[in-house]
Ligand binder design. Structure first.
Ligand code: 13P
Length: 262
C-alpha cells in the first residue's frame, strides 16, 4: 500500500501576537507565499494563534481567500458548562479551526496536564470535528533515564486510548530539551522516535491510520535544518515555535523543497 502524506508545516505562536498583530502577520505571510507561488496542495501550512486572535484570523482568511489552515493551542475536555476560563472545541469549530494542539509540553509542565486529561481533550477535539495535533516528547531527564522513545511512546498510547480505528490525528514529536533551546534533535534522532510513534498509531488506530497519519518534528526548527528532517521517511512536517513568528524564516521553512541544502 503506497500512501503519500501531504507534509504539514505548522506554526505555534504560543503567547505571542495580539489580534491586530495577527492580522498584519497573516497578511504578510500570505503575500510572501503568494509571491513565491507556494503550492499548498504539496505542502500544507497551518498557524496556531492565541484564542483571542482566532476570530480576526477567520475573517481575514475568508475575505482574502487565504489557503492556510489555522487552529487553537488548546481546548477544554468539556463541551460546555461551568468551567470558567475554558474554551470548548465547539467554539473553535464555529471559528473555522481545522486543528487544535493538545498536550503541548508547556501545558503539561506549567498547567499540570496529565495523560488522562490529554486523552479526554483528544476525544473532545474529534467530537467537535477538529483534528488534534497530539504533542509528545521527553525531557532531558527522561532521555538520560529511559532513552528517547519510551516517554513519547507511553504519552501517545495514553492519548489515543479509547479512540476508534481510523481516527484522524496528527502527532508532533517535540523533545522538551530541544524546544526554544537552539539545540534541535538530529534528523536521525527524530526518525528513531517517529518510527515507534507510527507503530503506536498502527496498534491503536489500525494500519490505514498509521499509513496516513502525519508525524511532525518540533524543537528549534529553522530554515537551515528543516530539509534534513523532511528527508526522513517517518517525518511529515514540523511544528515550529520561534521561527514561525518571522515571515522570512517561516516562509523559507514552508518552502523547504526549494531550498534543499540551505
Ligand atoms: P521552538 O521552535 O521555538 O523550539 O518551539 C517548538 C515548539 O514548542 C512548537 O510547539
Amino acid at each position: 500500500m503506497v500512501v503519500t502524506r501531504t507534509p504539514l508545516i505548522a506554526g505555534n505562536w504560543k503567547m505571542n501576537l495580539d489580534h491586530l498583530q495577527a492580522i498584519a502577520f497573516v497578511q504578510k505571510l500570505d503575500w510572501a507565499l503568494k509571491d513565491a507561488k507556494h503550492d499548498f496542495a504539496s505542502v500544507e501550512v497551518a498557524v496556531f494563534p492565541p484564542f483571542t486572535d482566532l476570530r480576526s484570523v477567520q475573517t481575514l482568511v475568508s475575505a482574502d481567500k487565504i489557503e492556510f489552515a489555522y487552529g487553537a493551542q488548546d481546548l477544554s475536555a468539556h463541551a460546555s458548562g461551568a468551567y470558567t476560563g475554558e474554551i470548548s472545541g465547539a467554539f473553535l469549530s464555529a471559528l473555522g479551526c481545522g486543528y487544535v494542539l493538545v498536550g503541548h509540553s508547556e501545558r503539561r509542565q506549567y498547567h499540570g496536564e496529565t495523560d488522562e486529561l490529554i486523552a479526554a481533550k483528544v476525544k473532545a477535539a474529534i467530537a467537535h470535528g477538529l483534528v488534534p495535533v497530539i504533542c509528545v516528547g521527553e525531557t532531558a531527564g527522561d532521555l538520560e533515564e529511559h532513552g528517547a522513545s519510551a516517554v513519547p511512546v507511553a504519552q501517545l498510547e495514553a492519548a489515543l486510548a479509547g479512540l476508534p480505528k481510523g481516527a484522524d490525528i496528527v502527532v508532533a514529536y517535540e523533545p522538551v530539551w530541544a524546544i526554544g533551546s537552539g539545540q534541535a534533535a538530529t534528523p536521525e534522532q527524530a526518525e528513531q522516535v517517529a518510527l515507534p510513534l507510527r507503530a503506536v498509531v498502527g496498534r491503536v488506530l489500525g494500519d490505514a491510520a498509521a499509513a496516513k497519519t502525519r508525524i511532525l518534528y518540533g524543537g528549534s526548527v529553522g530554515a537551515s535544518n528543516i530539509a534534513g528532517f523532511m528527508r526522513e521517511p517517518n517525518i511529515d512536517g514540523a511544528l515550529v515555535g520561534g521561527a514561525s513568528l518571522k515571515i522570512n524564516d517561516f516562509s523559507a521553512i514552508i518552502r523547504y523543497q526549494k531550498h534543499v541544502g540551505v
